[in-house]
Design a protein around this ligand. Structure first.
Ligand SMILES: Nc1nc2c(c(=O)[nH]1)N[C@H]1C(S)=C(S)[C@@H](COP(=O)(O)OP(=O)(O)OC[C@H]3O[C@@H](n4cnc5c(=O)[nH]c(N)nc54)[C@H](O)[C@@H]3O)O[C@H]1N2
Ligand SMILES: Nc1nc2c(c(=O)[nH]1)N[C@H]1C(S)=C(S)[C@@H](COP(=O)(O)OP(=O)(O)OC[C@H]3O[C@@H](n4cnc5c(=O)[nH]c(N)nc54)[C@H](O)[C@@H]3O)O[C@H]1N2
Ligand code: SF4
Ligand SMILES: [Mo]
Length: 737
């Protein structure tokens, strides 16, 4: 490790980094009006520049309003199908990231100084040379696969291309094994394809929407929230299954406060009622599905009474809601959720949700799931990758997680601890992901990091992960750069472009430039032949038959619509072994798993302890916006929800500062208690993304408590390796200041 032994955490923004620690002044000058806080190179003129958002991963179309060289306002692009003229609260706050005084401003290199490790600001050439040298060293010593890339966010495409050209396929993001991986696998096993992002849910036209967790309204994915609101306006009804009375539960006809971890039992009982009473879509299943008899057989004993004992939902409620849900089919959507890595049985729970949707006839139907197409832009005519990489060390095929279809971020992390996997990972490129907060078991992540030969972080802010890197590269924000073109499958196929709104601030550089400069230093020039990302993007746009000038002005162009519902003439294809919807899965059976989901009871919290649950704040995205002063005017910390009766019994009042102590003795930061009727007595709940300890995040540091720190335990999904994280138990204690 660059001649240093143990990698010390370096606080960025302290004296060592050499950056002026200018007081942020918080709300008065958060936008950087103070010239000491922000240096603006002065992009001239008043303009509106269309682009797309990166405050989360939904990528809504944005109109950026520029006055006197400064971005003054971000609004939704009316022409963009994902925003329809509106942004979510976070999207409007992008200016708070652009003008965040705490942004990374110069490349940093880890150096030894009097026995301590410090970061030294360096010029780009020195930083890039150093990274390039280490990339070559690792390749020479261990082979290219010893280098891994963690990449989350749209700018990561340049680094993925770089790593593949370099010879490694070890690319992962926590948005798979820590988020929606099990859902994708559960749906693929059933329908032959996943739900994707943006999800193919057609909520807008649903008559009944059932949410299993999936707290839309707090989870703010723009188009989904708009679709939900439209549906409710039209009279659609909601069934919400959640141990907590979420925002969505407040709008629901039925709220089922389920015992955490028992959803499979409820889903099986619902299917039991639907099958027994013949409420499923007979014609649809006869035409498109196989395995109905076997599914029926396996549901025989899964009665509402059986489920009551497990879920605490009364049998009559289960029967009533089953009929209610089935009565609206096929325009009845059981939402697949997104963050589904809860208990380690998540692929099977997602599959149970898929099966229920199949019984309702909802896949490929209006008000259920669309089967969308996408604009097909030819890819850039690159030279073929010269090296066929070894399989990732986290999933030697046929052994570990046979049905995973993406590399696991947690798996690459494990493989960085020497001797634990098929081969060792020795270097990390970390692009746009704060692994300290997003991977479970932070101690394990730390151990992996300590074992690396080299690590480089590409980020916009001095997040925790940067403090462990050997080199930190400051990327320009999404409002200062052009990225890959966006053409996802969607009911209205479209192509959207991200364009720079203002010039990069400080000494930050766009990701395409960083990746290209690195490539040129390690002999991979052929893979980055374009002048800049605009030339790259325009090449693809033109090749797809779109007008570049028009696209620059509008930010988005619609493709040719195709039918997305069976009732509109679509002939659905199911990419399963049988070519049909698989109600009984031979694939699972052959791999040694239950072909139809079975219920396993979760471990119970011991007396005096509560299951730790977590979720989203409508005003923030994880920890990536908690330093955003603009958004923090709306929400500037988190709190811990505890059942009001339990709180009273414990002598704890609403607003008291408490600490949470988990089963392994790990303590949270102090955090205010929210004593509320709106949560079951067996769990506590908090918003993820708080409890930063990186000093450079001057606003966020010390605010709220971190759920991530308390997730020291996780349960691995045996089917695809997802890490179920709702398996930690905590005590709640008054904070003794
Ligand atoms: N504003 C905002 N929006 C976001 C994000 C963000 O950071 N901020 N992140 C985006 C991303 S990447 C994702 S993955 C999604 C995540 O959003 P979702 O997919 O909605 O995440 P969940 O984990 O389902 O939602 C948490 C809810 O599940 C409930 N829950 C916990 N345990 C159980 C259980 O055992 N059973 C049931 N039935 N419910 C349970 C919790 O009480 C809570 O209400 O949000 C997206 N949208
Ligand atoms: N304990 C716990 N763990 C979780 C979750 C949870 O709720 N609780 N949620 C899980 C889910 S659903 C997901 S999707 C993952 C998400 O996990 P991550 O992908 O790690 O998401 P963030 O924590 O938002 O990390 C984003 C990082 O990207 C940086 N960044 C922001 N914009 C840019 C940019 O334009 N360029 C670059 N280079 N960097 C940028 C931010 O500064 C931050 O350091 O976490 C998962 N892990
Ligand atoms: S949902 Fe919000 S934060 Fe996410 S891309 Fe859209 S506007 Fe931006
Ligand atoms: Mo996620």
């Amino acid at each position: 490790m660059s001649g240093l032994t143990r990698r010390q955490f370096i606080q960025i923004g302290g004296a060592a980094a050499g950056t002026a620690a200018v007081g942020a002044g918080l709300t008065t000058n958060w936008f950087g009006a103070d010239p000491d806080v922000v240096h603006d190179p002065g992009t001239e003129g008043d303009r509106v520049v269309p682009t797309f958002c990166e405050l989360c991963f939904w990528k809504c179309g944005v109109l950026a309003h520029v006055k006197d060289g400064r971005v003054t306002k971000l609004t939704g692009n009316p022409a963009h199908p994902l925003s329809r003229g509106r942004l979510c609260p976070r999207g409007t706050g992008g200016i708070g990231l652009l003008y965040d005084p705490d942004r990374l401003k110069k490349p940093l290199i880890r150096k030894s100084k009097g026995g301590d490790q410090v970061f030294r600001e360096v010029e780009w050439d020195a930083a890039l040379d150093h990274v390039a040298e280490n990339l070559l060293k690792i390749k020479d010593k261990y082979g290219p696969e010893a280098m891994a890339l963690y990449s989350h966010g749209y700018g990561g495409s340049w680094f993925k291309h770089l790593l593949k050209a370099y010879g490694s396929g070890n690319i992962a993001a926590p948005s798979y094994a820590q988020c929606r991986g099990p859902r994708e696998v559960g749906f693929q096993l059933t329908f032959g394809s996943g739900v994707g992002s943006p999800e193919t849910t057609d909520m807008e036209h649903s008559r009944v929407i059932t949410l299993i967790g999936s707290h839309l309204g707090e989870n703010m994915h723009n188009t989904q929230v708009q679709d939900l609101a439209r549906a409710l306006d039209r009279g659609a009804e909601l069934v919400v299954v959640d141990p907590r009375f979420s925002i969505a539960a407040g709008k629901a006809r039925y709220w089922l406060p389920i015992k955490p971890g028992t959803d499979i039992a409820l889903l099986l009982a619902w299917m039991h009622v639907i099958v027994n009473e013949g409420l499923y879509d007979h014609d649809y299943l006869a035409r498109y599905a196989v395995g109905l008899d076997k599914l029926k057989e396996s549901l025989k004993d899964r009665t509402p009474e059986w489920a009551f004992a497990r879920t605490t939902i009364p049998p009559e409620t289960i029967v009533e809601t089953a009929r209610f849900i089935a009565g609206a089919g096929p325009a009845s959507l059981v939402h697949p959720g997104r963050h589904v890595t809860w208990y380690g049985d998540d692929t099977q729970r997602s599959r149970a949700i898929a099966l229920l949707n199949a019984l309702l006839g909802a896949w490929g139907r209006k008000g259920g799931f669309t089967l969308p197409s996408k604009v097909d832009l030819p890819s850039y005519p690159y030279t073929k990758y010269a090296h066929k990489p070894k399989a990732p060390p986290d999933m030697p095929k046929d052994t570990l997680y046979p049905l995973a279809d993406s590399t696991l971020a947690s798996g690459l992390c494990m493989a960085s601890i020497p001797g634990t996997a098929a081969y060792d990972i020795k270097g990390w490129i970390v692009y746009g992901t704060n692994l300290i907060q997003s991977l479970p078991a932070p101690e394990q992540t730390m151990k992996a990091i300590q074992s690396l030969d080299f690590m480089v972080a590409v980020d916009v802010l001095p997040a925790e992960i940067c403090g462990f890197a050997d080199v930190v590269l400051p990327e320009s924000t999404y409002l200062e750069r052009c990225d890959e073109v966006h053409t996802p499958p969607y009911k209205e196929p479209f192509v959207a472009v991200r364009q720079p709104v203002v010039d990069p601030l400080y000494d930050s550089k766009p990701g395409w430039w960083i990746a290209r400069e690195l490539a040129h230093r390690i002999g991979l020039n052929d893979y980055f032949p374009w002048k800049d990302s605009v030339e790259y993007a325009m090449h693809r746009v033109k090749a797809g038959g779109f007008d570049c000038d028009e696209l620059r002005l509008s930010g988005v162009a619609l493709g040719k619509p195709t039918p997305v519902y069976i009732e509109d003439g679509l002939d659905p294809a199911f990419d399963t072994p049988s070519g049909k919807i698989e109600l009984y899965s031979d694939t699972l059976e052959q791999a040694g798993f239950d072909p139809v989901p079975q219920y396993e009871p979760p471990e119970e919290p011991p007396p005096g302890q509560f299951r730790l649950l977590f979720g989203r704040s409508p005003a923030h995205t994880f920890g990536r916006t908690t330093n955003n002063r603009f958004l923090s005017e709306v929400v500037d910390g988190n709190e811990v929800w505890l059942n009001a009766r339990v709180a009273t019994e414990m002598g704890l009042k609403d607003g008291t500062n408490v600490v949470l102590i988990n089963q392994d003795g790990v303590r949270s930061e102090p955090v205010p208690l929210k004593a509320t009727q709106r949560i079951r007595p067996d769990c506590v709940y908090m918003v993820h993304g708080y409890g930063h300890d990186a000093k450079g995040l001057k606003f966020a540091k010390g605010r709220g408590a971190s759920d991530s720190r308390l997730v020291t335990r996780y349960k691995v999904d045996p089917i695809m390796g997802g890490t179920g994280m709702n398996v930690n138990f905590v005590r709640v204690e008054r904070w003794a200041s």
